[in-house]
Structures are given as structure tokens and as C-alpha cells.
Ligand binder design. Structure first.
Ligand code: FES
Length: 104
């Protein structure tokens, strides 16, 4: 499976939601309003905290509040804090009312 489709109407602005893929991988979707969806691995690359519980987006950074690692919401690169490793990001495209997440 290379992509999954979810309905944008299911999301409220400011929501974050964990999705378990059929292969057991977990991703997390953040919805910031309009067409702004950001998707990451749900596991922090620092010590593995659950981003759907501990992650917040402030401006252009995803922050894992377990130990305050900051990552770029666009590339996943670490910006400051504990993690020296990036978090995986997933490409998103919007088609009408569908949000299509590329899993590659
Ligand atoms: S587990 Fe996320 S910052 Fe440590």
C-alpha cells in the first residue's frame, strides 16, 4: 500500500489523530485548518514517545513534549532539543474532500 485516503471533513482545526496502518505502523495527522495537513511517524525518534499524545505544532515546528525535541514540520529535521535524528514526514495532497497521504 503506497497511500491512504481519509476524508478532510472528519477533521476539526487543531486536531491531531493517530492512524494505525494495516502493516502495524503508526502515523499521526495534524490538521491546522484550510488545506494544512501534516503527517509524521507517530513515534518520536528520540526515545519513542507517542506523538499523538505528546506532539504539538507551534509555528513551523513539531515539538515532542516528552523531552522537548523540535522538528521542522516540512522536512522533519531536528531544529533543537534532545533528538539529533529527524522524524519521518509523509507527503499529503488534497483532492476535493479527500486527503491522500503518501506512505513512501
Ligand atoms: S521521546 Fe520525544 S523528545 Fe524524547
Amino acid at each position: 500500500m503506497n497511500e491512504i485516503k481519509i476524508s478532510r471533513n472528519e477533521f476539526k482545526t487543531g486536531e491531531r489523530r493517530k492512524i494505525v496502518l494495516p502493516d502495524g505502523r503508526e502515523i499521526v495527522v495534524f490538521y491546522l485548518g484550510a488545506d494544512r495537513f501534516f503527517v509524521f511517524d507517530n513515534k518520536c525518534p528520540h526515545l519513542g514517545c507517542d506523538i499523538s499524545k505528546y506532539g504539538v505544532i507551534i509555528k513551523e515546528e513539531l515539538i515532542c513534549q516528552c523531552h522537548f525535541s523540535h522538528f521542522s514540520i516540512y522536512t522533519g529535521e531536528p531544529k533543537k532539543g534532545a533528538s539529533k535524528k529527524p522524524i519521518k514526514t509523509y507527503k499529503v495532497r488534497i483532492e476535493n474532500e479527500d486527503v491522500i497521504i503518501s506512505l513512501i
